[in-house]
Design a protein around this ligand. Structure first.
Ligand code: CP
Length: 301
């Protein structure tokens, strides 16, 4: 692995290796040290979890971090191009994490700079490190990844976490329930790719039809920032609100995941139930990101 740009670039074996390394780091069996390394975090879009967990991951490995959080105060505001910005920051760092609203930014970065690039989200396209922490969380809560029944709920059209997750899961023979309003259905090209891999897919819009059948329900925020028509957003923004009262007949191993941030799609009365896993899921991001950084820097030392 030279870069992490799309989950589609990783094999089942590479994914499982990263999850295993993350597990060893969480258990304290592996303590990578990257004290000589500077990581740059170049974020053109807002973030809480991804940015802070990457910073924490690097600092837990004794590495150093430089951060650009938005373009304010940088020379991008003077008109400096994306390419020049990336090449310049690459001069000061050994590995770069990039978030952008523009799909393909990280692939482009990987072609023009000589250091490893990690995609921390590019528009509606991909969020591969989120996918890896999601798979880690699913394996941790279910004890396995193969042959699970998983509902993915909400904004399947614009949600990059969903787009990465379904490709990641496709290595593990899932039964996928894709639950969304018609307007927010998963893009046709992704559905075709999943069908080509013989993944069992059920599309629908009614959450109550699947909640008692699945091992994992992965709920997502409606991605307001991707809508060109805010009236369309208003029509779908509250299409799903998961509440505690819905858990009466769920499976005993059922867990509720969400990449976060949430807006209103999971009510706070769910947070203290045994089914809520989303804050632990975000915490798992540190172990997985330590594993990813270490792998790109040549393996854990
Ligand atoms: N899940 C996720 O990407 O969260 P942030 O946008 O807060 O980084």
């Amino acid at each position: 692995m030279k870069n992490v740009i799309s989950i589609r670039d990783l094999s089942r074996e590479e994914i499982l290796h990263l999850l295993d390394q993350g597990e060893k780091i969480e258990k304290g069996e592996l303590k990578p040290d990257h004290s000589e390394t500077v990581m740059s975090i170049v974020f053109f879009e807002s973030s809480t979890r991804t940015r802070f967990s990457f910073e924490t991951a690097m600092k837990r490995m004794n590495g150093k971090v430089i951060t650009m959080s938005g373009t304010k105060g940088t020379s991008v505001d003077k008109g400096e191009s994306l390419g020049d910005t990336l090449k310049t920051v690459a001069n000061y760092s050994d590995i770069m994490v990039v978030r952008s609203g523009l799909e393909g930014t990280q692939r482009y970065a990987s072609e023009i700079i000589p250091i490893p690039v990690i995609n921390a989200g590019d528009g509606s396209n991909q969020h591969p490190t989120q996918c890896l922490l999601d798979l880690y969380s699913i394996r941790k809560t279910q004890g396995k990844l193969d042959n699970l029944s998983i509902a993915v709920v909400g904004d399947l059209r614009y949600g990059r976490a969903v787009h990465s997750l379904v490709y990641g899961l496709s290595h593990f023979s899932p039964k996928l329930h894709l639950i969304s309003p018609d307007f927010l259905k998963i893009p046709e090209y992704i559905k075709t790719d999943l069908e080509d891999k013989n993944i069992e897919i059920h599309e629908g819009s009614d959450l109550s039809e699947v909640i008692n059948k699945v091992d994992i329900m992965y709920v997502t925020r409606i991605q307001k920032e991707r809508f060109s028509d805010l009236d369309a957003y208003e029509r779908v923004k509250n299409c799903y609100v998961v509440s505690k009262s819905m858990f009466g007949d769920v499976k005993s191993n059922f867990k509720l995941l969400h990449p976060l941030p949430r807006v209103d799609e999971i009510s706070t009365d769910v947070d203290d139930t045994k089914y809520a896993y989303y804050f632990q899921q975000a915490k798992n991001g540190v172990y997985i990101r330590q594993a990813i950084i270490s792998e790109l820097l040549g393996g854990s030392k």
